[in-house]
Write a protein that binds this ligand. Structure first.
Ligand SMILES: Nc1nc2c(ncn2[C@@H]2O[C@H](COP(=O)(O)OP(=O)(O)OP(=O)(O)O)[C@@H](O)[C@H]2O)c(=O)[nH]1
Ligand SMILES: [Mg+2]
Ligand SMILES: [Zn+2]
Length: 297
């Protein structure tokens, strides 16, 4: 008699309390995991491709974790190739330093970022939109103007999701779950209020969950956050390289951080109004954060 196990491949789409929901084809299988895997490569992440052994139609056990392409730390998810970085244009206030950190982390990891400003129904004018979006469009990022409330931008997002595994990420209260519900009304993900006193969301979504939007598109909802660290192995030099609007300018020193160095082409471009002052100032702030972090270690 053969002892070969009958293994099937699937993707972990949800994890809670030691159980993992693995999608095998269109079937959801509830799995435990082999003890030896708990230590391997940090355990099992939502998004992992795994080999499972089935017991009956609904239950199974994860036997192998397939090599993963990447792991995002915040939110905790494996193997995504695109991230919708979603912020509310208003309510809660738009935290652009947080956005710039998310952009650097994505670029560092090799995840394609897509900036989405939601709640544009709350913007007072066209000028307010321009002020928000123009620096990012000028830097070369793709920016989507959205109001889930009014249905604005939803189909543009749907089109952008084709062919990708995309995670929706950003502050609590940005409307990530609301956007997912607009894309997949059958989902009925829980949506929360904004605390007007604190001007932030109430951390309604507690777990990362992956959903099949179309044959070639998967999307993940994820818990929002207020604070974010730059990736652990991000250096000052790497940050400088990952700022797309700096790339066209060539400084005297190849390793220029565009801070206090002489003959800096980036600073010249800044003075000429070709680089956004806000983006540059936040970049300097992040360099300072990284230096302080180095001192701590
Ligand atoms: N005005 C306005 N409100 C919106 C819009 N989209 C979502 N909201 C509201 O914003 C609040 C937060 O929405 P959620 O979808 O729960 O936000 P979230 O990003 O999933 O928050 P977490 O799960 O806590 O990370 C809810 O009260 C939504 O009704 C929009 O386009 N305009
Ligand atoms: Mg949510
Ligand atoms: Zn420079």
């Amino acid at each position: 008699m053969s002892t070969e196990k009958n293994l099937q491949q699937g993707r972990v789409v949800w994890a809670a309390g030691g159980f993992y929901t693995v999608l095998v084809g269109a079937e959801e299988v509830t799995c435990r995991i082999r003890g030896r895997l708990k230590q391997q490569a940090g355990g099992v992440f939502t998004g992992d491709l795994v080999q499972i052994e089935r017991f009956g139609s609904k239950d199974g056990v994860i036997e192998e974790i397939m090599p993963r392409k990447l792991v995002m730390k915040r939110p905790n998810i494996a193997n995504v190739d695109q991230a919708v970085l979603q912020l509310a244009a208003r309510d809660p206030d738009c935290d652009l330093l947080l956005l710039d950190k998310m952009l650097l982390n994505c670029a560092h990891l090799g995840v394609q970022p897509l900036i989405l400003f939601n709640k544009c129904d709350l913007l007072e004018s066209e000028a307010a939109w321009q002020q928000l979006a123009a620096p990012y469009i000028a830097a070369g990022y793709r920016v989507i103007r959205a109001s889930v409330k009014q249905g604005l931008g939803v189909e543009e997002v749907r089109a952008a999701l084709a062919g990708h595994i995309t995670v929706f990420t950003g502050p609590s209260g940005a409307g990530k779950s609301s956007l997912l519900n607009a894309l997949m009304p059958e989902l009925q993900a829980e949506v929360g209020e904004i605390s007007q006193r604190l001007q932030r969301g109430k951390h309604t979504t507690r777990q990362v969950s992956i959903h099949v939007l179309a044959e070639d598109a998967m999307v993940a909802d994820s818990p929002g956050f207020q604070l974010l660290d730059l990736a652990e192995d991000l250096t000052e030099q790497r940050c400088a390289e990952l700022m797309p609007e700096f790339a066209a300018h060539h400084c005297r020193f190849e390793q220029c951080l565009h801070d206090k160095e002489p003959d800096c082409a980036v600073k010249a471009a800044l003075a000429a109004g070709k680089i956004d002052e806000g983006r540059y100032q936040r970049y300097l702030r992040l360099l300072t954060d990284l230096r302080e972090r180095e001192v701590k270690y």
